[in-house]
Design a protein around this ligand. Structure first.
Ligand code: C2E
Ligand code: CA
Ligand code: CA
Length: 526
């Protein structure tokens, strides 16, 4: 079966096409909404970062403000002997929040500290950022704990204020969720976990940062991985849910909204109307003589839909002509590839709606069909229903004359159910009368019913028309009809309507055998 994968692909492509537009429309709110939400989430993150900067900047600057005030207070002690100065230093450092120690520097040496009194340590003023601030991982007093030193230069030396980093760390820890703040002084940075490390070089300026306008330090922010998603999740998840719901609703509405006529049009475009065939038997020769084409709608979701459910709509919506044309085209191409399996002159009957019988294009449609086969290889039969007889006008008369000239045969379908008069039959020179199934079933019933059937058959014979009995289901009907001179027999007894492949298999056995087989378990192919 080399064609099977191709057919599967084709079917899939068709279904995909059918859903593409509603799907796109359904995805539109999500496709538009998600980038907007991402943009909004990004803006929100930036705003959060700025807020954290504002808050931390205010707090850290105020800590340094205290250090600045304290160093100013003891500035006059620079150069004074430590013994006389140390008491004032201690008092001032205890009275000033955040300041752990105050130190006096003279001649580049720290000579007096509020913690240890007299000492001698190099000041290392070159390590101070802008000569004012220094970040150290620890000092002699607290080697494990970061210290920030505030420096106030003064004539002859300077004052140093040691600030406990814990206060600054507390501020850094108050940053918004998903945001990590760091304080950078010179080339070092203090993280919110208290560690001091060399600050990374940010050549491209990708790390958000804020410089202090008062002191030589900056704050840097790092966003935690997935922070955008967290913001989306917490702030936009309900909106996203709503958008998906809107999309799903739109999808459902668009699929439902299609009117039945639009759905029919789509099905025609997608080639979902397929021919089934029901063969009929020549009672004289006991051979298969031809087949009637009965359309089926192979719906992608609903499965096989019988013609009664869509032919009336196709007729009222003006689609019956294109539908029949498509069907004729499909039958022609199906038959060409299997022509060798059909007897010469095999009859192929199409059901025609009244609208098509007034349409001059019918001639082209029939000609195109016949041109597909060698001359005489297939006999084309057009079945017109008696239920809905078309108007006999000079126009239709000419049309039928042309059809006859082309060798096309006309059958009057559902005979006995309408009120077609003898004039009509003569006018259009019908070739076959198809006795309606409602009469055929009478063969099994009482004498009165059989009498009605006899009358119909007699009438047809008196008009010298060939009779086809449709809907032959039982051997009793079969025998009765044959005994009463009915020439052609069509019905479930012989074969149910089925796709060409199945019908060709059936045609391989003679009708009598097919009939006896069908009395067993006949698969329901219709
Ligand atoms: P119809 O032309 O009278 O076709 C005969 C109907 O009787 C078919 O029904 C056939 O399946 C069914 N049938 C055949 N033998 C038996 C039997 O032994 N027992 C029973 N119970 N039924 C039998 P189907 O295929 O459902 O078609 C219904 C009608 O739809 C057709 O009646 C015809 O009027 C219309 N139709 C079918 N195909 C087309 C088409 O391509 N164009 C138009 N315009 N009408 C179509
Ligand atoms: Ca018919
Ligand atoms: Ca019929």
């Amino acid at each position: 079966m080399p064609h099977a994968p191709y057919r599967l692909r084709f079917r899939f492509a068709k279904q995909a096409r059918q859903f593409t537009f509603p799907l796109l429309a359904a995805l539109a709110p999500v496709l538009v909404g998600v980038p907007l939400m991402l943009w909004q989430a990004e803006r929100e993150l930036t705003a959060q970062t700025q807020e954290s900067f504002d808050y931390a900047m205010r707090k850290v600057e105020s800590i340094f403000d205290y250090a600045e005030v304290a160093t100013h207070q003891v500035r006059y002690l620079v150069g004074a002997p430590c013994k006389s100065a140390v008491f004032a230093l201690r008092q001032q450092s205890m009275a000033t929040p955040f300041v752990r120690s105050l130190n006096l520097v003279s001649d580049g040496q720290i000579y007096c500290t509020s913690l240890q009194g007299t000492g001698r340590y190099p000041e290392q003023s070159q390590n101070y950022s802008a000569g004012r601030l220094r970040l150290m991982a620890g000092n002699q007093v607290t080697p494990q704990r970061a210290v920030i030193v505030f420096r106030l230069p003064s004539p002859g030396g300077s004052v140093l204020a040691g600030i406990d980093s814990q206060y600054v760390i507390n501020v850094l820890q108050l940053a918004e969720r998903d945001l990590t703040l760091k304080l950078q002084i010179g080339d070092y940075q203090l993280a919110s976990d208290g560690t001091v490390s060399p600050a990374p070089w940010d050549a491209n300026g990708t790390i958000p940062e804020r410089f202090s306008s008062q002191y030589p330090f900056r704050l840097r922010a790092t966003l935690a991985p997935g922070s955008l998603w967290h913001t989306l999740e917490s702030d936009f998840l309900p909106i996203l849910g709503l958008l998906i719901l809107c999309g799903a609703l739109m999808f459902w509405l668009m699929l439902k909204r299609r009117s039945p006529a639009q759905e029919l049009e789509r099905a025609l475009r997608d080639g979902e109307f397929v021919p089934y065939y029901q063969p009929f038997v020549d009672a004289d020769t006991d051979r298969w003589n031809g087949a009637e084409v009965l359309v089926r709608w192979r719906h992608p979701g609903e499965g096989i839909i019988p013609p009664d459910q869509f032919i009336p709509l196709a007729e009222s919506s003006g689609m019956i002509v294109p539908l029949t044309q498509a069907l004729m085209h499909r039958v022609a191409s199906e038959l060409t590839s299997r022509l060798a399996e059909l007897p010469h002159g095999f009859h192929i009957g199409f059901n025609l709606s009244a609208a098509h019988c007034h349409d001059w294009r019918l001639l082209d449609d029939c000609q195109r069909f016949l041109d597909t086969f060698p001359p005489g290889r297939i006999t084309l039969v057009l079945e017109l229903t008696e239920r809905e007889p078309f108007r006999a006008t000079p126009h239709t008369f000419r049309l039928f004359e042309r059809l006859r000239e082309m060798g096309i045969l006309i059958a009057l379908d559902d005979f006995g159910t309408g009120s077609v008069g003898l004039d009509y039959l003569r006018h259009f020179r019908v070739d076959y009368l198809k006795v309606d199934r409602s009469y055929v079933t009478m063969a099994d019933e009482d004498i009165l019913s059989r009498h009605l059937l006899d009358n119909i058959v007699d009438l047809a014979q008196r008009l010298a028309l060939t009779v086809i009995a449709e809907g032959v289901e039982t051997p009793a009907q079969n025998t009765y009809l044959r005994n009463h001179g009915v020439r052609y027999l069509q019905g479930y007894l012989y074969a149910r309507p089925a796709p060409l492949r199945d019908i060709l298999a059936r045609l391989k056995s003679p009708p009598s055998r097919a009939a006896s087989e069908s009395r067993g378990a006949c698969p329901d192919l219709s």
